[in-house]
Design a protein around this ligand. Structure first.
Ligand SMILES: NC(=O)c1ccc[n+]([C@@H]2O[C@H](COP(=O)([O-])OP(=O)(O)OC[C@H]3O[C@@H](n4cnc5c(N)ncnc54)[C@H](OP(=O)(O)O)[C@@H]3O)[C@@H](O)[C@H]2O)c1
Length: 356
């Protein structure tokens, strides 16, 4: 049977460790989890069954495996040690018989975004970033329609615009809105991205202060910051934020203090078939992260190749994977906000409150 494997890792240390080791997660303080995560071996999580193409009826299976490192540890340790741990996790996937390996969350952010990891494994590797970009742009378009934002008059923003996902998503968004605000940390990198985004036809402003997104209607949050960087006073009434970052870019306080903005938990897609992940990684039933879905789509196609690697994503691949996803029946999952489904009443309330 065609198959795939996907690497997860703990993002919220106590919550995520408890999902596999309830006692350990309850007893260990957060600081101890960060510390011990560097010494823990890779973990087998589950066998995935029931992913079935709507187009061909083909069914695939998969495995979820975990790299124990937390994002804090991945950024603090020397890259070689982090690579080694991710490669060990990849070898576990190889022993299970995986024919393609997807890198989840920070395992695709660290260092050269998968290139070194792929070199040391015999199985092809993909970061899943191409499909993550495609889904982000589709979702922003859909959210704008539902909340009543006219794209031709809107200002878009990308937080983390110099990153793998941010850079290419900014280009695609610039085809739909007349003005873009690009947020990053390093001005020299922002200058390079500005040129590419301007070439798509939008007027572009580059900034290092995230507060500048207060002028934006549609915001893609895709930084690799370890803490929430988007706070309640950074958003204008009626704004939509699609938060793809893991850990999240948007502070939980936005949910409590702003009833006039829509924050969507990003990157969630519905998987065709009767998928059973065998492990609760925090999404509703039948939902996967877009990066995980990219790995499944490639297995359904029998395309065992390192499809998305490194930080220079290609537009053709974003477009191709979106087509293949649609063919096999992957689609945008319903919107969730801070873990709760977004209802029509909530959208109506946000629209009303934004006019106050
Ligand atoms: N939900 C999903 O399906 C999914 C899939 C893949 C990835 N992700 C998540 O998406 C995020 C981005 O991934 P990526 O591969 O694009 O990462 P990346 O290539 O490392 O880019 C990260 C971007 O964030 C910026 N940044 C980092 N820390 C920041 C801070 N404190 N304040 C402002 N900007 C900051 C970086 O700026 P510099 O250029 O200056 O460093 C860069 O522009 C990660 O959180 C990852 O876990 C989610």
């Amino acid at each position: 049977m065609d198959n795939f494997a996907f690497i997860l890792h703990p993002i919220d240390p106590k919550r995520d460790v408890q999902r596999k080791f309830p006692l350990l997660g309850r007893l260990l303080p957060t600081a101890a989890i960060h510390f011990f995560s560097a010494y823990f071996p890779p973990v087998y999580l589950s066998h995935v069954t029931g992913v079935r193409s709507r187009a061909t009826g083909k069914e695939i299976e998969g495995w979820l495996v975990a790299c124990p490192l937390t994002p804090q540890r991945m950024l603090a340790l020397p890259p070689e040690r982090v690579y080694r741990k991710i490669i060990e996790t990849g070898r576990l996937a190889e022993r299970l018989g995986a024919r393609i390996l997807g890198l989840g969350a920070f395992t695709s952010v660290v260092g050269d975004a998968g290139v070194t990891i792929a070199k040391h494994l015999s199985v092809p590797v993909t970061t899943g970033d191409s499909y993550t970009v495609a889904v982000a742009v589709q979702a922003l378009r859909e959210a704008a329609r539902r909340i009543g934002i006219v794209l031709a008059e809107a200002t878009g923003a990308v937080v983390g615009a110099t990153g793998a996902i941010g850079r290419i998503a900014a280009r695609l968004l610039a085809r739909e809105v007349p003005r873009m605000i690009l947020v990053g940390r390093r001005p020299e990198r922002l200058l390079r991205v500005r040129e590419e985004v301007e070439a798509e036809g939008a007027e572009v402003q580059i900034v290092t202060d995230v507060a500048a997104i207060r002028e934006a209607d549609l915001i893609l949050a895709v930084s690799s910051a370890l803490e929430s960087i988007i706070q309640p006073d950074h958003l204008k009434p009626g704004a939509v934020v699609y938060d793809v970052a893991l850990p999240r870019d948007v502070s939980q306080t936005v949910a409590a203090r702003r009833d006039d903005v829509l924050v969507i938990d990003g990157g969630m897609v519905e998987v065709p078939g009767e998928v059973d992940f065998g492990f609760d990684f925090g999404l509703p039933p039948r939902m996967a992260y877009a990066c995980m879905a990219e790995t499944m789509i490639l297995a359904l196609e029998g395309r065992y190749e390192s499809y998305t690697l490194g930080r220079k994503l290609r537009l053709e691949k974003v477009e191709e994977i979106a087509r293949l996803a649609e063919k096999h029946g992957f689609r945008l999952g319903g919107f969730q906000s801070f873990g709760r489904p977004v209802t029509e009443e909530q959208i109506e309330r946000i629209r009303r409150n934004a006019r106050r």
